[in-house]
Design a protein around this ligand. Structure first.
Ligand code: ARG
Length: 599
């Protein structure tokens, strides 16, 4: 309904300006048009839109709000184009105007929507040639991917899908932690305890690797000699020593295999471009910062002092760019990455916008890094950088999600458990309903429901807040859950199985029941929701919409006969079922959630 509400917006604006020509001229001369404040109706009883501006305009126009509202309505009543879309406007309260769409107008809109593969969502008109980088997932080599990475992966993928659907070219980058001190520790430790891991593929698995890493870290913290050896290994690696590089490759491959399994299960596309990629550019970062006069030396470390951010002692906070021992760190790599991503190809990505999806705990890191990049003039005119933070994943006890023995939960186990519980629920339901299904069907449905439930539970929360992970809640058939939405789709597929021709041509559409119109209005909101989700990068808004759509659909289907209705109502209602299924499917697809025909 975006086009329609824009059109009505223009009509209302024109009506206000025709009603108050002098004030309009004065306002425009001051650079600010009179604002009628058109908004969606706050309650369905008020119609579809309301004009709220009269109260605020009263002072400026030196008239009562009611008089202003009357004058606007007078003008609207002379506008043919407006009258073809809306019923006669009504004034409510001290000066609000309620607008409601004509049934014929809704019917025309729904006919258009039925033919439109994009369901009304416009393609972006700007900057298709310059990519948007979405930096997400980004786990660390030799460590297990944890639930924080899961959140980043799920949210990042959905944001990338929505931007892609809007027509942007999106670069999905996996900024894996594959460089730095940890490799020095790991290599020197493995040299002593498991040298084969450094020369032979698959000598150890990721579980071993994680354990070795833990041991190495402990040793590093307690053993000066080991620290030295580790630093030597890092240097060797940074200088391209072939043995060290080989060992590093093997270790990365081991982790990568594990990560890729998770990505495959979750249906995630990502381009791996880890921290190591930026190694050749780190020196340029230092030189550039030095040349722009931003670099200072503090106790041997090269730093930039951050503006407006102070330390506990009230002095400007330094961000370390090069450590005293010459090593670089997380921030240096991120600075090199920004510089590279904005540089024109072939020396960079030529991006227009960078979006980083990490936990909120990294907010200060990104504030600092973005500030330095700006001051170093690495962000071109029109370029944007954004940190998209998310809260913690908590257990049902409200504490950080852990296994019973207090360890970090492995993602593989978490997904297995979701699928396992979905399977148990499904087998129970089949038994109850006396249904017989093949093992293949059971496996397929449980897998889809389990994965969908995990993804949806995460996406349906406002990402900024912490969220409580609960298998029971996410797998429930009732409430704002994946199974509830999947079930609405299954219901519609069932209508087709029972002989409803969902594809029947519908040239003439006619509706009479309020349940039909509620569903129509809900269906027509899709484009607005997508544009809003894109602006705010909040996929939970799309979830809420899909949940509401399913509810409105279920109400419609429970209260109005479809298959048993007489023509032409039968065909018209089947068309609404078809459009509901298309909308739910597309919406779920933009969330990265698989759907089913039967469950
Ligand atoms: N590897 C980091 C972590 O596990 C996340 C990286 C996010 N991306 C970035 N460009 N800093 O916390």
């Amino acid at each position: 309904m975006l086009k329609l509400s824009n059109a009505i917006g223009v009509q209302v604006q024109n009506a206000l300006e025709r009603a108050f020509p002098e004030a309009t001229t004065t306002a425009l001369a001051n650079g600010k048009a009179l604002n009628p404040q058109l908004a969606p109706a706050s309650k369905p009883e008020f119609g579809d839109f309301q004009v709220n501006g009269a109260l605020q305009l009263a002072k400026q126009l030196k008239q009562s709000p009611r008089h202003i509202a009357l004058a606007i309505v007078e003008q609207l009543k002379t506008d043919e184009a407006f009258l073809s879309l809306c019923n006669s406007p009504e004034i409510a309260g001290p000066g609000f105007i309620n607008l409601s769409l004509k049934n014929e107008c809704l019917e025309t809109e729904i006919k258009k929507q039925l033919k439109d593969e994009r369901l009304g969502v416009p393609l972006t008109s700007q900057g298709k040639d310059k990519p948007i980088v979405v930096d997400f997932s980004s786990p660390n080599i030799a460590k297990e991917m944890h639930v924080g990475h899961l959140r980043s992966t799920i949210i990042g993928d959905s944001i990338a899908r929505i931007l892609e659907f809007r027509g942007y070219s999106v670069l999905r980058l996996n900024h894996v932690g594959d460089w730095g001190t940890q490799f020095g520790m790991l290599i020197s430790h493995l040299k002593r305890v498991a040298p084969s891991a450094l020369t032979t593929a698959n000598a150890i698995d990721l579980g071993d690797l994680v354990n070795f890493y833990r041991q190495a870290k402990q040793r590093f913290d307690n053993d000066v000699e080991f620290q030295d050896a580790s630093r030597q290994e890092v240097l060797k690696l940074q200088n391209g020593d072939s043995e060290a590089l080989k060992a590093w490759h093997l270790l990365c491959d081991q982790s990568r295999k594990d990560f890729n399994q998770i990505y495959k299960r979750l249906d995630i596309r990502l381009t791996e471009r880890g921290e190591s990629f930026y190694n050749p550019f780190l020196k340029n970062v230092i030189d550039d910062l030095d040349n722009s006069g931003l670099l200072i030396t503090d106790e041997g470390a090269k730093c930039v002092l951050l503006n407006g951010i102070s330390s506990k002692e009230g002095k400007p906070l330094p961000m370390i760019i090069q450590k005293r021992d010459g090593g670089f760190n997380y921030a240096t790599t991120d600075l090199a990455a920004i510089r590279y991503r904005f540089s024109e190809s072939p020396k960079g990505d030529g991006a227009q916008r960078l979006i980083y999806i990490t936990d909120a705990g990294q907010a200060n890191h990104f504030t600092g890094v973005f500030q330095i990049a700006k001051r170093a003039k690495w962000i071109p005119k029109g370029g944007h950088v954004e940190h998209v933070p998310f809260g913690l994943v908590q257990g049902e006890d409200g504490k950080k999600l852990k296994t019973r023995s207090g360890e970090t939960i492995r993602l593989r186990d978490l997904l297995d458990e979701a699928v396992g519980r979905a399977e148990k629920d499904l087998r129970g339901r089949l038994k109850e309903e006396g249904r017989k299904e093949t093992e293949n069907f059971i496996k397929h449905v449980s897998n889809t429901v389990g994965i969908a439930a995990v993804k949806y539970a995460d996406l349906s929360q406002n990402r900024v807040t912490n969220y409580q992970f609960s298998f029971d809640r996410m797998l429930a058939l009732q409430g704002n859950t994946a199974p509830y939405l999947l079930y609405a789709l299954v219901r519609i597929a069932g209508i087709a199985r029972k002989g409803g021709d969902l594809k029947a041509a519908t040239e003439k559409l006619e509706f009479n029941e309020h349940q039909e119109f509620s569903l129509i209005k809900e269906l027509l909101r899709f484009d607005e929701v997508i544009v809003e989700v894109e602006e705010e990068l909040l996929p939970n808004r799309l979830c809420t919409y899909l949940f509401e759509l399913s509810q409105v659909f279920n109400r419609f289907y429970d209260q109005v006969p479809v298959l048993k209705a007489n023509e032409p109502s039968r065909s018209c209602r089947l068309a609404l079922c078809r459009l509901t299924a298309k909308t739910l499917k597309l919406g779920m697809d933009l969330l990265g959630i698989p759907t089913l025909e039967r469950m």
